[in-house]
Design a binder for this molecule. Structure first.
Ligand code: ATP
Ligand code: MG
Length: 426
């Protein structure tokens, strides 16, 4: 016997009944995006590595060390997608959906891949839903998108959530901020960790994101982007805050929210929850006004966000708002007691399925006891038994496994049987 092969590290199999529930969690989140006027795009699972390097940025954690990159048989370099925005923008540009005079709202969902250290709420294959708005945008578009995620927080009863908000400024004001941040970080290098040192030269804004306790005091006192925003960016941020105030959506401004990706400008935000422990962010996003042009499209503003479905699951589990497992995914188990009953059983399950009743047939002749065990394994509400006697009389014995009630049905009458199954609860 061979040794068994296990799933790769950081990969989670989702089994019944959780798989169906997971899909419900995904569908319910997607429904909120549809409510927001977003239309879904189906995107590939891998893209040219260059797409991610150019959009996410070469000095980011994702591109530096988290991507699953491979050469295909033709020698081209591809990466499994670590996020959705790059792919969605690539597709929108390639198919000329981006229009400088009109707004388009697109969404996506599906698995993303990052080679990270697996832990609770952090997987190597995880599921995101995301949405992007492209076109002539106002600060109110930022608010409208945030309001949609706020709707999820409310609808799904996310426990103890906080909306954290910041502005990263624009290409006009960020360089001067970056400069003053770098001089501060260099002057205080002695009280910062190794990672902070490396980031100071490569991606200084990311230093603000450091979670190492001994770095905190120094980083709290670092120069703040808010003090460097140009009038336009300051206005933009003020308008976003006014909009949120107007809608009564509470937020916390944090000068240290920088996000991991290079493409963000102006508004950035995260929805976090204490209930998640260390991996506290369940949805995050922001403006990326230069990105479509950077990827070869028209120069239009954009804003988007992504939410992690596994983390939404954990939060909804904590809140007790997960969709329940379906009690009887199989409504009826049809069991042939002997080889002579095979065709009649096959015909019965087929006719029940014709009526839309989920039916599972079992054809390996056995004892009555194994028929019950099989029905239990199927999660069926009813068990139909076809033995010698039944075949002789052209009937089938159907037992409701919850009430114990047993009835004999003419085999010809699959439709009536189906009606009875449909009408019974359980
Ligand atoms: P984190 O700070 O948790 O590393 P991130 O900034 O890398 O998150 P984004 O790239 O913004 O995350 O992705 C958006 C959302 O996708 C996150 O808020 C989270 O819910 C989810 N997510 C990201 N990485 C993972 C992962 N490795 N496993 C599970 N969910 C993830
Ligand atoms: Mg990350």
């Amino acid at each position: 016997m061979g040794t068994s092969i296990r799933a790769p590290r950081g990969i989670k199999d989702v089994l019944p009944p959780d798989a169906a529930r997971f899909e419900s969690v995904l569908k319910e989140a997607e429904a909120v995006l549809a409510l927001g006027g977003f239309q879904k795009v189906l995107l590939p699972l891998f893209e040219s590595t260059a797409l991610f390097a150019r959009s996410i940025g070469g000095a980011t954690d994702i591109v530096e060390k988290e991507m699953y990159t491979f050469l295909d048989k033709g020698g081209d370099q591809f990466s499994l997608r670590p996020e959705g925005t790059a792919s969605l923008l690539r597709a929108a540009i390639e198919h000329r959906l981006v229009d400088p005079s009109r707004v388009i709202r697109l969404s996506y969902s599906g698995p993303m891949f990052r080679h990270e250290r697996p832990q609770a709420g952090r997987l190597r294959q995880f599921t995101q839903i995301g949405a992007e708005v492209l076109g002539p945008l106002a600060p109110s578009d930022d608010v409208d998108l945030i309001a949609l995620i706020h709707r999820m927080a409310i609808d799904f009863a996310i426990p103890s959530w906080t909306l954290v908000l910041n502005s990263l400024g624009c290409p006009l004001c960020r360089p001067s901020y970056r400069e003053s941040l770098v001089s501060y970080l260099v002057a205080h290098a002695g009280s910062l960790c190794e990672t902070c040192h490396r980031r100071t030269s490569q991606n200084p804004l990311r230093v603000l994101d450091c979670k190492v306790p001994s770095c905190q005091e120094t980083l709290e006192r670092a120069p703040r982007i808010a003090d460097h925003l140009c009038p336009r960016s300051r206005d933009h941020f003020q308008n976003v805050k006014n909009g949120l105030d107007g809608l009564g959506i509470p937020y916390l401004v944090s000068h240290r929210l920088v996000r991991g990706l290079d493409y963000y400008t102006e508004t950035t935000f995260e929805f976090v929850s204490d209930a998640l422990g260390a991996q506290s962010t369940w949805a995050a996003g922001g403006r990326y006004d230069g990105l479509t042009a950077e990827l070869g499209g028209p120069d239009v503003p954009g804003i988007g966000f992504a939410a992690g479905i596994e983390r939404l699951w954990l939060l909804r589990e904590k809140a007790g708002t997960l969709p329940g497992p379906e009690k009887h995914p199989v409504r009826i188990t049809v069991f042939a007691m002997d080889t002579n009953g095979q065709v009649a059983s096959l015909d019965l399950v087929r006719r029940l399925r014709d009526e839309g009743i989920p039916a599972s047939g079992h054809f390996t002749a056995g004892k009555i006891k194994s028929a019950f065990r099989q029905a239990e394994r199927d999660g069926a509400l009813f068990l139909a038994i076809l033995g010698e006697d039944e075949r002789q009389s052209g009937t089938v014995q159907v037992k409701n496994l919850e009430t114990g009630e047993q009835t004999s049905w003419p085999l010809k009458d699959a439709k009536k049987l189906a009606d009875m199954i449909r009408q019974s609860g359980g």
